[in-house]
Design a protein around this ligand. Structure first.
Ligand SMILES: [Zn+2]
Length: 343
């Protein structure tokens, strides 16, 4: 795998993104979470190089569109997970539920009663205008489709948890394609020396404090604290935030693929990747081959680099290079970097 350590000064990053294949291979970005035995995946191209252990960590898989190079890895995912207790959420564009259903219907599931385990896929598809449809597929039911109540991906938000959110943007390819961004919530760093200076001691109350900060609770919210002498007390959230923690913006990883260079896509990509620590972006064609890129619904190296610069991304990593450039990978990367650092 191509591993990209995301630097984040003064703190240990939470997300460790890596391209599963090289820059010419099928798209799939594996994002490992620090100390959580959890990972998510952006796109599901060929993933045979992922170990079962890495696949078992996946909680959420986001698929940009179902062209074969972005979805063929579903079979490997299924193969590793069948016979295990596991819930996986899948997300994709309009028509995605039908595609997952068709994949699951391709196999014979007559022996499911012999298993005590349950594998559940919960599938969300994002339709034009960000309305969502949802369906569930359970192993014990031979993966028969169970439609569920849909909703809306308000502001593009597909997944939201106290510590992170994943948003999508609708992009024009041949059909609709989704771009994704993983945003960590604000980092709350607790300073042990300042806890001591306040006569306090560490304990479970720190988790309560962090949660209250993440939730944006008002300053006068009382927080139960433990004093060093073992007594309990209450202090205000505002006081504790000022005195014992520092707050830094969380990490952001953005992912854009199979988007043609149109004004609508430019706007959507720049907004999605705004201030990302790292942007993984399709740069299928060389700078000189803009006509080919437009014809095939992809970006050029120069377009990818300039979008990353306009988004204010700290770093850009191009991928999905066309095999026609197999002998000039370094030149492709240099073209991206040139446009990225242009001013
Ligand atoms: Zn593609």
């Amino acid at each position: 795998m191509l591993l990209f350590p995301v630097y984040a000064p003064a703190m240990r990053p939470k997300f460790y993104p890596s391209l599963v294949n090289d820059r010419f291979g099928d798209p799939a970005l594996y994002i490992d979470f620090l100390q959580e035995r959890r990972a998510i995946l952006f796109d599901l191209g060929d993933i045979h190089t992922l170990s079962p252990r890495q696949i078992l960590r996946l909680s959420d898989v986001f698929v940009s569109h179902t062209h074969i190079d972005h979805f063929i890895g579903f079979d490997r995912l299924l193969r590793v997970l069948v016979g295990r207790d596991k819930d996986v959420r899948l997300y994709g564009p309009a028509g995605f539920i039908d595609r997952v259903e068709a994949k699951l219907a391709a196999y014979t599931w007559d022996l499911v009663e012999r298993f005590q385990t349950e594998l559940v896929f919960t599938v969300t598809e994002v339709c034009t205008g960000l309305d969502t449809h949802k369906a569930r597929f359970r192993f014990s039911r031979r993966f028969a489709r169970e439609d569920q109540t849909g909703g809306r991906a308000e502001n593009g938000v597909l997944l939201t948890e106290p510590a992170l959110a994943v948003t999508c943007a609708e992009l024009e390819h041949h059909s609709t394609c989704l771009g994704f961004a993983l945003q960590e919530s604000t980092h709350v760093n607790v300073w042990k020396n300042r806890i001591q200076e306040q006569g306090l001691t560490t304990g479970p109350w720190l988790a309560t404090l962090k949660a209250a900060i993440h939730q944006g609770r008002p300053d006068d919210t009382p927080i139960a604290v433990e004093r060093a002498d073992g007594t309990l007390d209450e202090l205000s959230l505002g006081f504790l935030r000022e005195e014992i923690v520092s707050i830094e913006p969380g990490q952001k990883v953005a992912y854009v693929t199979d988007a043609v260079f149109t004004p609508a896509n430019e706007t959507a990509i720049v907004a999605l990747a705004r201030d990302a620590d790292i942007l993984f972006i399709d740069a299928a064609f060389a700078k000189a081959d803009a006509d080919l890129a437009a014809h095939h619904g992809h970006l050029t190296t120069a377009q990818a680099g300039s979008l990353a610069r306009r988004a204010g991304a700290a770093r850009v990593e191009p991928f999905h290079f066309s095999p026609r450039y197999e002998d000039c990978e370094a030149r492709m990367i240099a073209e991206v970097d040139e446009a990225f650092s242009f001013d």
